[in-house]
Design a protein around this ligand. Structure first.
Ligand SMILES: *[C@@H]1O[C@H](CO)[C@@H](O)[C@H](O)[C@H]1NC(C)=O
Ligand SMILES: *[C@@H]1O[C@H](CO)[C@@H](O)[C@H](O)[C@H]1NC(C)=O
Ligand SMILES: *[C@@H]1O[C@H](CO)[C@@H](O)[C@H](O)[C@H]1NC(C)=O
Length: 340
């Protein structure tokens, strides 16, 4: 009895999402005054729990973004059955589906994004959108054989990067490989300027593969500063010719960890971007394969040393430190064990 009364009170106190226009194809435009948020349901704010949706709802919103602006979206909500989900699609067609949202922000460039929810059973849902002016795009930076490590989410910025007559290869090294929502604020655009949006670093990291541009210039923009130390490695693709597989090494302080390349007939590279000193303490690889160590992209100007498997084993332990260290294996599988 008491419990029933209590749940009635909770329902009465919560914002109601019912009757707030849950239908397909709602359109939301930017309010005239910059920085004015739009909430759904309109009576919700982020200090409140997300309201209950009625069962069996399907709602969607097309949020328009004028040229010169980007939009920041936060969603609060949770679905409770396997057929229910939240979904966003950005202007490049990138789709994200989730079942729980805790207000970790999403960022979208012009000209629009769509947000949808569909639920069978009970679910909670609310969102907020705010539009902001795009940052100014700064001077372009050229990428040479050392590659470039960008502290990509620590401040707000937009910069053009180029590699004359060559493509660019991106690899993302999040500070925390399990929780990397901060990468959603960092967007990749093809060419110079912010007109050809491709994707964001959160989505690129999830592919577990390097991303290669289709042009000799890209623009990276970070819309919101985070306290996390996420790094982006930008390399000129010409130095990576002949490398079939690139694997990220994630050194951890005070621990022993492995880096494994699965090799094959092509070369493969184990890539570390870290400020921790690393000591290689063991290796398992074919004794007639070679490992070449580079401080930067593979190039004669960044070469440290080449070892056969047998020579490397004899030389251990070996210490390495530098912004970018690459271990390029000539062929076959190799497992390297490190200590930091
Ligand atoms: C990157 O930015 C974070 C946050 O501001 C800072 O703590 C860290 O030292 C920076 N890392 C480098 C390599 O500059
Ligand atoms: C690293 O790889 C070696 C060889 O495969 C294995 O014996 C060892 O348990 C691994 N260590 C860690 C920390 O994963
Ligand atoms: C190779 O790297 C090691 C460890 O950082 C360093 O001591 C050595 O001087 C480097 N050798 C060359 C030729 O760069």
């Amino acid at each position: 009895m008491l419990q029933k009364l209590f749940s009635c009170l909770v329902v009465a106190a919560a914002v109601s999402a019912a009757g707030s226009g849950c239908k397909i194809g709602n359109v939301i435009n930017k309010p005239v005054i910059d920085g004015t948020p739009v909430y759904w349901p309109p009576s919700w704010t982020e200090t409140q729990p997300a309201p209950q949706l009625d069962k069996e709802q399907s709602c969607s919103w097309i949020v328009t973004i004028p040229r010169g602006y980007y939009a920041k979206l936060i969603i609060s909500g949770k679905t409770t059955d396997k057929d229910s989900r939240f979904q966003t699609v950005d202007s490049a067609g990138n789709l994200i589906q989730t079942t729980q949202e805790n207000m970790d922000p999403y960022f979208f460039p012009a000209s629009k994004f769509t947000l949808a929810v569909s639920n069978e059973g009970s679910a909670t849902f609310a969102f907020k959108v705010v539009w902001f002016l795009l940052p100014y795009v700064g001077d372009d930076a050229g990428i040479g054989p050392s590659g470039l490590v960008v502290n990509v989410t620590s401040k707000v910025y937009a910069i053009d990067y180029h590699s004359t007559d060559d493509l660019l290869t991106l690899m993302t090294f999040p500070a925390d490989t399990k929780n990397y929502y901060s990468l959603r604020s960092a967007l990749v655009f093809a060419g110079e300027g912010l007109s050809n949006y491709i994707t964001n670093l959160y989505l690129l990291y999830q592919t577990k593969k390097p991303w290669i541009s289709s042009d000799d210039a890209i623009t990276i923009v970070n819309f919101e500063a985070a306290s996390s130390n996420d790094n982006l490695l930008i390399q000129s693709s010409k130095y990576l010719t002949g490398i079939g597989e690139m694997v990220e090494l994630h050194p951890q302080a005070n621990s022993i960890y492995n880096g494994t390349v699965n090799g094959g007939t092509l070369m493969s590279s184990l890539v570390a971007v870290t400020d921790l000193p690393m000591q290689m303490i063991d290796v398992q690889m074919k004794s007639d394969a070679t490992v070449t160590v580079y401080y930067g992209s593979p190039d004669s100007s960044t070469l440290n040393k080449t070892y056969t498997g047998a020579q490397l084993k004899n030389a251990l332990p070996l210490s390495f430190s530098g912004d970018v260290v690459q271990f390029v294996v000539s062929s076959g599988k190799a497992v390297f064990t490190f200590k930091s």
